[in-house]
Design a protein. Structure first.
Length: 193
């Protein structure tokens, strides 16, 4: 059922070699795998129906190529604030490898040495939320998992650390929106595959 209020469609990029292996992929520009490309093409069918006032993408090739393969590349705007979390010294490492060095580490609580903390990502997410609310129309956003999780938390007015509560699979679609009026932001659908 369509909402009477604007909806923000969030799309996590398709699979990459690093996402498949669990490596933290922040600023490394890793391409989609063939499976990731196929999943990105299938997103086009899944996103038919709503019209979008604008399409925004992370500048990463994994996000932008997902956007293009889904059929939304024409006119899509790359926004630096949509970039994935900067993992600093933990770039390219799995959580297991990080925890072998730093027992008990949690990304959303502890952040990354030489990279971003949750509050840094939250500041970028706040700028995006503000811009989305100014448009007051359906929007389509392509980015990466950890950034989109923080974006959802900030959409709801939660601390950026609460992004830890939202899990996203590759090539998933989630929808942010409103309930009774524009003062009640909600998650309408999450992690649809």
């Amino acid at each position: 059922m369509a909402s009477a209020f604007p909806e923000i469609y969030l799309v996590r990029h398709g699979e990459t070699e690093w996402s498949a292996s669990g490596k933290h992929t922040g600023r490394s520009d890793i391409p989609l795998t063939p499976a990731g490309e196929q999943a990105a093409r299938q997103l086009g069918d899944r996103l038919q129906g709503p019209s979008f006032a604008a399409v925004w993408s992370s500048p990463s090739q994994r996000a932008f190529n997902t956007c293009v393969l889904a059929g939304f590349g024409e006119g899509a705007l790359k926004k630096d604030d949509l970039a994935e979390w900067d993992y600093g010294a933990y770039e390219g490492l799995t959580t297991k490898e990080i925890m072998a060095q730093r027992h008990g580490w949690r990304l959303f609580r502890d952040g990354c040495p030489g990279g971003e903390q949750a509050s840094d990502v939250g500041t970028r997410a706040d700028r995006i939320v503000s811009q989305l609310r100014e448009v007051e129309a359906n929007m389509l956003v392509f980015s990466s998992a950890h950034f989109l999780r923080v974006l959802a938390a900030r959409w709801l007015g939660l601390p950026p650390e609460q992004g830890a509560c939202f899990v996203l699979d590759t090539a998933s679609i989630s929808v942010l929106g409103y309930e009774h009026d524009l003062s009640e932001p909600v998650v309408r659908r999450w992690n649809q595959r």
